[in-house]
Structure formats: C-alpha cells, structure tokens
Ligand binder design. Structure first.
Ligand code: C2E
Ligand code: MG
Ligand code: MG
Ligand code: MG
Length: 286
C-alpha cells in the first residue's frame, strides 16, 4: 500500500491505492487553485494572562474555505501542503494577513503565527517576515513565531542563526506543542525561545491523570526557571485553569477563553477589552 511504498521502496498497484493517490492529486490541485483564488481564511484565538484574565496575544490559525466541502481545519490539509511544498506560499500568505490584521488592533496586542518546518528550512524566511512586518507597518515586537520541535532536528547551526536573527529583529519565538516532539532539553539552552507552549494533551488530562499533572508542573518549572513565558494550550474548564494557575503557568489558551474566530470577531473582542480598561482602573481605584 502507499505507506509501504515509502519505507520498502516498492509500489503495489491495487485499486484502493489508486483511489487514494487520485484523491491526493485532486486535493493538491484544489489547494493550488484555492491559493490563487483566495479561499483561505485566518481565524484568531485569544491567549490570556493567567494573573489578570486579560487577552495579551492572539494566535493566527489557518482555515480553508473549500468551495464544496466547507470550512476545513489544518489537520485536513496542512500535511499535504507540507508534502507538496505549498505550505511555504500558504504560510507567507498567513503571515502577511495576520500582520496586516494585527496592525489594526488597538492597544499593543501581539499576534502569533505558526511556521511549518518546511517553510522554516527554506531560504528567505527572514526576508518574508521582515517584508510582512514592513508592509503591514507592524512593529516587530508585536509578532511571535511559533515553531515545533521538528523544526530543530536538522541543520542546527543554521537554525541557531535564524532564531538569533529573529530575536535581534525583535520577533519573539515560541516553542509549540512542547513535550510531544523529539527535542532534547539541550535545545532549550541552544535556541533563544521566549515562550514555551505546553501541549494540549497534557492540559486536557491535568485533573484526572497524575502523570499529566506532573508533566505540566515540571515543564512549567523548567520554562520559568529558564526565564521563559509558559503557556498552557487547550484550557477548556475552570478546573483546568485552577490547576495551571497554581502551577505558575503565565498564559493560557483554550475554549474557556474563546475558540478561534474570524478577524472581525477577534477585533471586537480586543476593542471591548481595551475600552474596558479605563473603566476597570476607575473601579479599582474607588
Ligand atoms: P497549534 O499551533 O498547537 O494550535 C492550537 C490548536 O489547538 C488549534 O487547532 C486550536 O483550535 C486548538 N485548540 C485551542 N484551544 C483548544 C481547546 O480548548 N480544546 C481543543 N480541543 N482544541 C483547542 P487548529 O486550528 O485545528 O490547528 C491545528 C494545528 O495546525 C496547529 O496547532 C498548528 O500546528 C497547525 N496550524 C494552524 N495554522 C497554521 C498555519 O498558518 N501554518 C502552519 N504551518 N500550521 C498551522
Ligand atoms: Mg501554534
Ligand atoms: Mg500547539
Ligand atoms: Mg498542536
């Protein structure tokens, strides 16, 4: 079958595989067409400061408004976009769109953009980031780049240099899905991460599984002691929030604070928080 072809180096033609290959080919053609036609959307999910409950940054998450199949989530097309290299154009589009959107938000709200390993390894990454910031008129310290551990596996020297150049530009780098990849702890000393995002699978079971609670606890302690901001992904319930708060997690993201939403909805949410601030300060003072 198709999987065996990758490892064993032989291809066996059976009808099921032909159909699978056909479906992938069709999806690839549709991906290309949708890139040209502007069928992708960026949704935005709030990330809050645990101490205050205030939104401090927003993660950009891509969606595909498929002409026939409706709104598709990344798991349905990002892997194929990575295999075909289309993720680089798609990722650059997300970057430009998110920077342009963030430049319109009031306050100094940050935007976080995911960068795939494939896109990260291509030359020109820094240039496309600088260009997106320049075109949007967004100050670099309002952009965060999220990468996963798989980005770091190859070409250590170049990665160190790219990450340092991003840092000196003023762009923060977050290590996403921490605890699920292949990274060694040494990576935390080699690369200048400002932020550690603890993967949702640990947050999810933090109340019911002592092993997950232990991982959240020690990952948080590790991140904080290295001077990083620690984020818990996938906080869905007040109970989970209470645990991550006690643990010392700096920021939280999850359905409890809001699911990913279209640009106008997040802009409204941010504007409401910003205008609410003077009122809150007055209330606190009286
Ligand atoms: P991620 O970067 O770890 O993003 C967080 C994912 O968790 C998002 O899924 C978000 O919708 C989901 N999530 C957040 N809070 C909760 C919660 O409380 N409960 C549950 N069950 N889920 C929650 P989404 O949007 O489906 O994205 C999945 C992954 O696809 C992302 O994981 C990221 O790795 C990738 N991705 C998304 N947008 C982009 C992009 O523009 N470029 C690249 N290269 N990858 C992207
Ligand atoms: Mg992310
Ligand atoms: Mg993540
Ligand atoms: Mg994830």
């Amino acid at each position: 079958r198709a999987k065996a072809a990758g490892t064993g180096g032989f291809v066996c033609y059976d009808p099921a595989m032909t159909a699978e290959v056909e479906a992938r080919r069709r999806l690839e053609a549709e991906l290309r067409r949708s890139l040209a036609d502007g069928d992708f959307r960026v949704h935005y999910q709030p990330i809050v400061e645990v101490a205050t409950g205030r939104v401090c940054s927003v993660e950009a998450l891509v969606r595909w408004q498929h002409p026939e199949r409706g709104l598709l989530t990344p798991q349905e097309f990002v892997p194929l976009a990575e295999q075909t290299g289309l993720i680089t154009s798609l990722g650059e589009w997300v970057l430009r769109t998110a920077c342009a959107e963030a430049a319109r938000w009031p306050g100094r709200m940050k935007v976080a953009v995911n960068v795939s390993a494939v896109q990260f390894r291509r030359p020109g990454l820094l240039e496309s980031i600088e260009q997106a910031l320049r075109e949007a008129g967004l100050p670099p310290d309002r952009l965060e780049v999220e990468i996963t551990e798989t980005v770091l596996l190859e070409n250590e020297e170049r990665n160190v240099s790219v990450l340092h150049r991003l840092k000196s530009l003023g762009v923060a780098v977050a290590l996403d899905d921490f605890g699920t990849g292949y990274a060694s702890l040494a990576y935390l000393t080699m690369f200048p991460f400002g932020k550690l995002k603890i993967d949702r699978r640990f947050t999810r079971d933090v109340l019911t599984r002592p092993d997950c609670a232990a991982i959240v606890c020690s990952a948080t302690a590790l991140g904080l002691s290295l001077g990083m901001t620690v984020v818990a992904e996938g906080v869905e319930t007040p109970g989970q929030l209470e645990i991550v708060r006690i643990t010392g997690v700096t920021q939280a993201q999850g359905w409890l604070f809001g699911a990913p939403m279209p640009a106008d909805a997040i802009a409204g949410r941010i504007a409401a928080e910003v205008t609410d601030r003077p009122r809150r300060l007055l209330a606190d003072a009286s």
